[in-house]
Design a binder for this molecule. Sequence first.
Ligand code: SAJ
Length: 418
Amino acid sequence: MSPINAPLDTVCVIGLGYIGLPTAAVLAQAGKTVIGVDIKQATVDAINAGQVPFVEEGLEAVLAGVVAQGKLSAQLETPAADAYIVSVPTPFKGDHEADLSYIEAAARGIAPQLKGGELVVLESTAPPGATEHMAEVILEARPEFTNEPNLANSLYFSHAPERVLPGRIMIEMVENDRIIGGLTREAAEMNKELYASFCNGELLLTDARTAEMAKLTENAFRDVNIAFANELSIISERQGIDVWELIELANHHPRVNILQPGPGVGGHCIAVDPWFIVSADREFSNLIRTAREVNDSKPELVLEKVLQKAEKFKNPVVAALGIAFKANIDDLRESPSKDIAVALTDRLPEGQVLVVEPNIDELPKEFAGRTNVELAAPEDAVNRADIVLVMVDHDPFKEFDRSMLQEKVVIDTKGLWR
Ligand code: SAJ
């Protein structure tokens, strides 16, 4: 039997975060025996108790079911398996370069378990060449194996970048089309067979470098388009033009579809991934780099505008509406609106910042030790505020009684109340 026809019954998912855990859960739901691996004991314990250590709609029900059936378990050590899925972080190091050390550590954990014929899939977003690098780490540790297909000592390496939207992960994990890039065609085919067990979308095969670049391209495309909207918002303000009306009008053109400006771009993907393209080719990635710079400049401009408006108040009170990185989620990591609220507490020592964030119960650690900030209810905050700063378009804010805004200075970075 050729390895490509070998059943991939046991799957090990390394890294049980926002992507790895839902992937492990849907694979287990599809009938695979899944062993999840994570370096955090608390994560392992939570999963073995059927609990999700973060908020994601629909995940806990599936997880509890597959754990109870014995189809999914979690542990600290990498076990032997037919297939491995590496889903670990790729943070920055140096000048916006990708730090591949978590991928390397996962590869070193897999290497001793290999017997030949296994598939190793990289899911983590990474720059071109990362899948090759992961394979090199494994083949260096186990030189008796080869990347050449169809031999007794073959290993199969592939890249299947995730493209699910936080908040819709359980739907998009199953429905989205997937790009699958193998170091060999056989590896891509094997990866396709595994993912076909849970994914109803199209499974599009290519080589690993193209798959790596495709993932970065999708997020860079969105970043460049958001930068266009943000740049328009900066120019429009200087020209005395309402940018929201401008975009709405321009979008009536059948071939124009401008995105929405805001206080900056947050999250762990769109504000990060385009830099991996820039670091791969610094000479020719001018548009992509400039888009990143435009989006990164937005929080400071918002901050300056608030400070300028605050000058006329002795003890300015600012209601900061929303500190999540986007609407209707509780995720505060890499959030420009949170950074703006923290900076306001520093820059307005005589003032007060009333944070309104309906999706959290306590302020995050960045506000620790600051006495001029509190988490407040929307009406209370707006009542007490001199300046009302809208930074996230959470649904509850849309219903707000606008008669309360008379006499207030309103800075609406999301065009929520126009
Ligand atoms: N944003 C704007 N204006 C817009 C749209 C978004 O300012 O018109 C801001 C948001 O407020 C937020 C940031 O951009 O701060 C990113 O939000 P998002 O909803 O565009 O994307 P993410 O980061 O939640 O998820 C993205 C998705 N990628 C694309 O849409 C191309 C998702 O499909 C990816 O799987 C995810 O990145 C990822 O993990 O890479």
